[in-house]
Design a protein around this ligand. Structure first.
Ligand code: ADP
Ligand code: MG
Length: 624
């Protein structure tokens, strides 16, 4: 038997790194600025420990484009590197100096905000450059060095006369990457990835107009000065302690995050944990409309203030992807596939933590100022309902802050609902019937019928409500939701014992076949009911079960179409019903039945197309 070692040669790996390390070439800038930031963080940290002597000033990072000679410069004033360090950290691909630093300063450096991890970031420079130079001077008393490499495994390393501490990276931009020599392109990248990094990043200069002194002459011209153009905000709100921030600070940070967004957020949630994982961030509840598709991908994920992605699927529970804001955590493994992410224990914990924080916040908002919470309900309910539907932990907590509005503008928690309506809305089987409407306008007639009888009708109109209702019914004992235009209303109507049928049994027996002759039985089940004489002569209802199945089917998932089926309640106490019974000519009677049926269909919004046109013509004839 032979034992051996697979020999991977650099010649093979280098082009691979270049091509496939990152699918997005633009991240080279993020990586190089991250390294510059790391070098500066190290300097600050070591200076605080007394290992770097003297004043370090306020170090900054600069990005420069030299379009003529096709170069990009990234300059920092951080720790720099000695010749040995360049050999070790740069020449040995995948030897991460960041990890080594964290290992060495294990206890004190945990919060120093070091970004690097894999020791590959530097090489992303070769995705856009045909040649890379490093000119660096360590904070240690050693000569500066100049390293250069043209993308082959060969490099040169020599002394340099650089005097100031820090590192300058020079990229000779390749011909297929010329776009990165455009000022607007680099500006966009800085804006996207580096907007909230912890040290000032300078990109060019800009003019600033000085304010005129108060006693200035009328025609005085304001003085202009040239200042460094700093592209980032070094201490974004989420890095501060909640106690340091006022409501306005949160709002102005929201504007920094979404400069194009003119609407203010409804409220925010400050996330802040350091055990068992590290995570900070601020989530905002925006006004959320029923159109769910347009609102996703607004939460930004950062690692140590470096933007990583705005796709937080798998990290944040799905229902919270409707929110906005930032999450910053060095503990989210991003070099893995998304499906693995969802199974990762640490990520699961993070997701649970966020869910719990959101639930707690909603609960405290509700308790603290109920009136204002009720006012916001319409704008936040979709998130809450969606969360209750998809996250069981959230569902359990939801009882405390899920509101049920009525068509009259009252709001109840589930518990309050029970004490208010249980008595009057329990059916013969002892089930509490929660009547609801999904559209105040369309179901107006039915709502009126129910509220006239003193029933409370809930207004539940979000797109996923039928799913949530199903879940609520499954988790609570003896309740049943029923839409006002559904069959449960019959149940409640029947309970009304004061309504006695005006028609005798013989008359009813005579009426039924008359109706059946005109009304198609495959679509309508006829029921004679003694209703209020003020109610409509014919009322159409759809079995709750059937309608709900249909709605859920629209949301996708189920196969096969459900048939269109209705119950036709014929009010035996209505004048028109008696008139039908007593009309001698068959043709005239048929006309009356059709008319009454069409009116019932009209009130359910079921009369459309040609049938509607005919109905209108018939009515015009009637009033002529
Ligand atoms: P990582 O950042 O993951 O450690 P990189 O490939 O990005 O890996 O960088 C490799 C190492 O090179 C860094 O860890 C650091 O020690 C060194 N380095 C890179 N850029 C700089 C810089 N601007 N100043 C000082 N050291 C640097
Ligand atoms: Mg790095």
């Amino acid at each position: 038997m032979t034992n051996g070692k697979i020999n991977v040669s650099v010649e093979n790996i280098f082009p691979l790194i270049k091509k496939f390390l990152y699918s997005d070439h633009e991240i080279f800038l993020r990586e190089l600025i991250s390294n510059a930031t790391d070098a500066t963080s190290k300097l600050v940290h070591m200076s605080s420990l007394g290992e770097v002597k003297g004043e370090i000033g306020s170090p900054q990072i600069e990005v420069k484009i030299d379009k003529k000679s096709k170069k990009i410069h990234i300059i920092d004033q951080g720790v720099g590197m000695t010749a040995d360090e360049v050999s070790k950290y740069i020449n040995e691909v995948a030897f991460s100096g960041a990890e080594e630093f964290l290992e060495k300063y294990k206890d004190s450096a945990k919060d120093s905000g070091i970004i690097g991890h894999f020791g590959l970031g530097f090489y992303s420079a070769f995705m856009v450059a045909e040649k890379v130079e490093i000119i660096t001077k360590s904070f240690k008393d050693e000569p500066a060095v100049h390293w250069a490499c043209d993308g082959s495994p060969e490099f040169t390393l020599e002394e340099s006369d650089k005097k100031e501490r820090g590192t300058e990276i020079i990229l000779h931009v390749a011909s297929d990457s010329k776009e990165f020599l455009e000022e607007s392109k680099i500006k966009g990248l800085l804006e996207k990835y580096n907007k909230f990094m912890p040290f000032p990043i300078k990109f060019g200069t800009r003019e600033e107009t000085l304010p005129l002194p108060e006693d200035a002459e009328k025609d005085a011209v304001a003085e202009k000065i040239t200042v460094d153009n700093i592209v980032n905000i070094t201490n974004p709100a989420w890095t501060k302690a909640p106690a340091e921030l006022k409501e306005d600070d949160y709002k102005s940070f929201y504007r920094e995050l979404y400069p194009m967004q003119f609407e203010e957020p409804l409220f925010n949630i400050h996330l802040n944990v350091d055990y068992p994982f590290n995570l900070t961030g601020i989530l905002y509840f925006p006004r959320i409309t029923n159109d769910l598709s347009v609102q996703k991908d607004k939460i930004q994920l950062y690692q140590n203030q470096v933007f990583v992605t705005d796709n937080v699927d798998g990290i944040v529970p799905e229902f919270l992807t409707l929110l906005r804001g930032v999450i910053d955590s060095p503990d989210i493994p991003l070099n893995v596939s998304r499906s693995y992410l969802q199974a990762d224990g640490a990520v699961k914990k993070i997701s649970n933590y966020i869910t719990r924080k959101v639930a707690d916040k909603l609960n405290s908002l509700f308790k603290k100022d109920r009136a204002s919470y009720e006012q916001k309900w319409n704008d936040i309910k979709v998130v809450i309902e969606y969360g209750m539907l998809t996250e069981d932990k959230f569902f359990e907590k939801g009882d405390k802050f899920m509101l049920f509005p009525t068509t009259d503008g009252e709001y109840f928690t589930y518990e309050e609902l029970e004490t208010t309506i249980k008595e009057s809305q329990t059916n013969k089987e002892g089930k509490m019937i929660l009547l609801y409407a999904s559209d105040k306008e369309e179901q107006h007639g039915y709502i009126k019928m129910a509220t006239d009888k003193g029933y409370k009708v809930l207004l539940l109109d979000s797109p996923i409500i039928s799913h949530l209702i199903q879940k609520l019914e499954g988790s609570k004992e003896n309740i049943s939701f029923a839409r006002v235009d559904g069959d449960a209303i019959e149940n409640l109507i029947k309970k009304d014992e004061t309504a006695i049928s005006k028609l005798s049994d013989e008359e009813k027996d005579k009426l039924k076949p008359m109706l059946e002759k005109v009304i198609p039985s495959e679509k309508y089940t006829i029921q004679l009911e003694a209703m209020d004489s003020q109610a409509l002569p014919f009322v159409l209802t759809q079995p709750e079960f059937m309608r709900r199945m249909k709605e859920m089917q629209q949301g996708g998932g189920m196969m096969g179409a459900f048939p269109e089926m209705y119950t036709l309640l014929v009010n035996t106490n209505h004048e028109l019903t008696s008139k039908i019974l007593n009309t001698k000519t068959a043709k005239k009677r048929e006309g009356l039945i059709k008319q009454a049926l069409d009116l019932a269909r009209l009130s359910q919004n079921l009369l459309k197309g040609e049938e509607l046109t005919q109905f209108i013509h018939r009515n015009v004839e009637l009033i002529k």
